[in-house]
Write a protein that binds this ligand. Structure first.
Ligand code: CP
Ligand code: NVA
Length: 325
């Protein structure tokens, strides 16, 4: 049988061998993933902020630019904000979401990320993935012909950082702002470090020894990021105080050890008093009240955590329009 070679510029899903013919395909050149903050340049970040502002202002009158689009949400871990804001967001933009929790897909056990990505690319217009290992979202993106958006991994939480910076811009502007992060040098801090570096915001981080962000991240963000061993030193001159849980999802076995290690890294009223007057307090949530943040601070006038949570919706709608439309 003669062999025919076709070159298609299309999604990778079409790159199968058909008996007697080889289809040689290239990835869809229009596909763009959001796996880390480094997938966006400064002008793309600013455009997301501009669009998010417009979407917030015209929440129910913006129209339905994603009408007919379907988003799949692959979640290996629990979620309140990320899941609900993406589901509501796509619905408000005229599309539809399908939640694929660990029991539905059982990623990597029932089926490989590669096969899941290839199959879902035939049905969906985009994937939000919350996975334990960052490698899994990289693998999903590699084999999908549709955009893959990181909804939190052990390495980064880019959608969180984008909406956090949008919130800071809304509350304080961006000129001459210093953010102080107190707590664990994990996914949330990693993304914050990168976005502060890209947007020219100074960030102080106080993390216990052994719980700092990776050396490569600190090297990449040198110039905007400074490490402090004491939370009191980190919040001096800060306009924003930010914290995250001491024990992240997937680290539950370390809970008792972490309680001891992080004890002095609590955001409480005494610490807030050491920051700039009018400093605001942020938390990605869920908050473990009485541990990384006290009730008093969480419920104080300085706390903007609920506005911060709301903005996940507006910013993610902007991300969806930019990547799916
Ligand atoms: N901040 C955040 O991502 O919250 P969820 O884990 O509830 O989605
Ligand atoms: N660092 C936390 C963030 C939760 C939004 C976690 O990974 O569980």
């Amino acid at each position: 049988m003669p062999r025919t070679e076709l070159v298609l510029v299309w999604g990778e899903g079409l790159c199968d061998n058909i008996v007697g013919h080889t289809l040689v395909c290239q990835k869809d050149s229009m596909k763009k993933d959001l796996l880390t903050i480094n997938d966006l340049n400064l002008s793309e970040i600013n455009e997301i902020f501009r669009l998010a502002g417009e979407l917030k202002e015209k929440r129910h009158t913006f129209g339905e630019p994603l009408k007919g689009k379907t988003l799949g949400l692959i979640f290996e871990k629990p979620s309140n904000r990320t899941r609900v804001s993406f589901e509501v967001g796509i619905t408000e933009l005229g599309g539809h979401a399908i939640y694929l929790g660990s029991y539905e897909i059982d990623l990597g056990k029932r089926e490989s990320p590669k096969d899941v990505a290839k199959v879902l690319s035939r049905y969906l217009n985009g994937i939000i993935a919350r996975t334990f290992s960052h490698k899994t979202v990289v693998e999903l993106a590699k084999y999908s012909s549709i955009p893959v958006i990181n909804g939190l991994t052990d390495y980064q939480h880019p959608c969180q950082a984008l909406s956090d910076l949008f919130t800071i811009k809304e509350k304080k502007g961006m000129e001459g702002i210093t953010v102080a992060f107190i707590g664990d040098g994990n996914n949330v801090l990693n993304s914050l470090l990168y976005i502060c570096h890209k947007t020219g915001i100074k960030i102080h981080a106080a993390c216990p020894k052994g719980y700092e962000p990776g050396k490569d991240i600190l090297k990449d963000t040198a110039g905007s990021a400074s490490m402090f061993s004491s939370p009191a030193d980190a919040v001096k001159g800060a306009d924003v105080i930010y914290t995250d849980v001491w024990t992240s999802m997937g680290q539950e076995k370390e809970y008792r050890k972490r309680l001891k290690v992080f004890k002095k890294y609590q955001v409480n009223s005494e610490l807030v008093k050491l920051a700039n007057k009018e400093a605001i307090v942020m938390h990605c949530l869920p908050a473990h009240r009485g541990r990384e943040i006290t009730d008093e601070v969480m419920d104080s006038a300085a706390s903007i955590v609920m506005d911060q949570a709301e903005n996940r919706l507006h910013v993610q709608k902007a991300i969806l329009i930019k990547l799916l439309k």
